[in-house]
Write a protein that binds this ligand. Structure first.
Ligand SMILES: [Zn+2]
Length: 137
C-alpha cells in the first residue's frame, strides 16, 4: 500500500488509537450515548464499515462504542443498527457516524483501494442524510 499522511495512525497501539478517537468524537458510545473510557464502562473500537464488509482498520473508520453495543450490532449496517438503537430508546450519535463515513470516503479517495467499501459508504450516507432527525453539524 502507498504511504500516506495517515498511515502512521494505522500503526499506533490500539490504546493510543482509542484515546485519539475519544478525543476526536467525545467519550461516549456512538450507539447508546453512555459515557465510555472514563468511568465504569469500557470503550471499545467500533468499525463503522465492518471489516467483513470491506471496511479498513483505519482510524477514519473507527469510532468508540461500549462493549455491549459493539457486540450486539454484529454486522448490521450503521443505518439499520441506528434504527434498532432508537427502538430500544437509546440516542445514537448520528452526526458522529455521518462524520466518520464522510472521513472514510475522503480517505479512500485519497489513498485508493478499498473497492468493496465504496458502495457501502455511499449508500449509508444516502440513507442517513435522508433521516428526518438528521441535522448537519
Ligand atoms: Zn453503547
Amino acid at each position: 500500500m502507498a504511504r500516506s499522511e495517515s498511515s502512521f495512525d494505522d500503526h499506533l497501539p490500539r490504546r493510543t488509537r482509542l484515546e485519539r478517537i475519544l478525543e476526536r468524537d467525545g467519550a461516549r458510545c456512538v450507539w447508546c450515548g453512555r459515557e465510555v473510557g472514563t468511568g465504569l464502562v469500557a470503550a471499545t473500537t467500533e468499525h463503522v464499515v465492518p471489516r467483513i464488509k470491506g471496511g479498513p482498520s483505519w482510524i477514519e473508520n473507527e469510532v468508540a462504542a461500549c462493549r455491549r453495543c459493539n457486540g450486539q450490532r454484529g454486522h448490521r449496517t450503521p443505518a439499520d443498527w441506528i434504527t434498532e438503537c432508537e427502538g430500544l430508546g437509546w440516542e445514537p450519535d448520528v452526526a458522529t457516524i455521518v462524520a466518520a463515513l464522510e472521513r472514510l470516503e475522503a480517505a479512500v479517495e485519497r489513498r485508493g483501494g478499498q473497492r468493496r467499501s465504496r458502495p457501502y459508504v455511499a449508500s449509508q450516507l444516502r440513507r442517513l442524510r435522508k433521516r428526518p432527525t438528521w441535522r448537519p453539524g
